[in-house]
Design a protein around this ligand. Sequence first.
Ligand SMILES: [Zn+2]
Length: 506
Amino acid sequence: MKCAAIYARYSSASQTEQSIEGQLHVCNQYAKANDLIIVDTYIDRATTGTNDNRAAFQQMLKDSENATWEVVLVYAIDRFGRNSIEVALNKQKLKNNKKILISATQRTSENLDGTKNLDGILLENVYIGIAEYYSAELSQKILRGLTESRKKGQFCGGKVPYGYFVKDKKVYVDEENAKVVSFIYEQYSAGVYVPDIICKLNEKGILHNGKPFALNTVYAILRNERYIGISRVRDEVYTNIYPQIIPTDLYEKVRKKLLCNKIGSRSVKAVYLLRNKIKCGYCGCPISAECGTAKNGYVVRYYKCIGRKKHRNGCKKQPVRKETLEKLVLDNLKDAMNNPQTVNKIVKGIMKLQEQNSKEQTILKLLQKEKKQAETSLNNLVKAIERGIVSLATNKRLNELESLIKDLDEKIAIEQNKASFMLSENEIRRYYTAAIEQESQLLINYFIKEITLFDDKIIITYNNPLNEGPDENRGFSFYEKMVFLPYTVPQSGQTISLPLYMIMRI
Ligand SMILES: [Zn+2]
């Protein structure tokens, strides 16, 4: 006769879950049939399978060091961990304390008398595999369920946009607020600035949650496709959930206007390389990005003096086409950077930094720190999912974090093998000249201090080391910024990511 302890856990992740009482009942029956005396019982209630804070389980493992019981009896083996590795680890802990794990419903790798059981070993892995599969399948089922509900036109949670309300899983138009939405669209399409729209709403006494509308709220309304009846969830488009409030042509008109007014936006088509760097040579005002639509329908982008734009000071500075000005500045910058003296200076600086970094392993430490942060965020996210705070945004973030960690792992591996990746002066030279061609925005950010624009001339002020100085080393301090760029190793043709140390005078 042997002494045993029962461990039972209720996992809310499984729909066919046996209740704690059910598990205890089955275990007790098994004990009776196999001459086991139950001397202890450990129970974790209402924790999910993916939650590791199982207090009773931890206590049981701890007790296994000195306990009088020799056997841990469970209903099913998946009680012992989230996956096969965890189960194996936890079983090993028991084994170290000369205790064995027995399942009342499944064959295990060890029999009660301590003899091995080959098919039990194999089966154990299968059972655990099934539990893992079930857990994954369940989350898929939930997603499928949501998709089905959406196809039926049902509201599936989330924030209800302004102008709508939800009743019995259906979305309806809130007539009062829908009028406000229409007003915002009409005003914006007529050319009224958003702050002025808010003023007009305030005058009418129309507030949002008791306060004047925030700029962001109005922009969010102007961008919300639900007002034309479209909602998107991942790759699916649903047109049957939200009733349309705004006519499609009005929405389109507003959408185009919004695109055009996105000053300094990072949208692929319109990256204003020189924003925040140029000022007007006549009135000293900043020169900002603008866009308009030409007669043929094409969008024309240019840089325009703010003093002129708002008719503040009547500045006469002519607007300049974006492409023309950027090309002029970039050509000039590339010339300056390709100047042999400059190249030498920079390459030497990079060499020096490379040596220094190799000694101090600063980058490795930075990367490891970054990885740790990403892992913490990931853990917090997983906890949030366990608490049921799941949204599609969380899912997206989860994927992002996972690929970030994978990415960092690669970079860490490269850093750890630093010695073999130390770049020769020639390689740095090649790498640097390639970067000049590829990374315009980067070059402008780091090397251009200011651009002063006149109608007939342009003055570009560079940060050192491009400015001429009497003594090459005088007044130099290195500021480094890690930039990862693809770099093709000349010998092998293999492409890796390497840090490019950008240098400028502080
Ligand atoms: Zn001006």
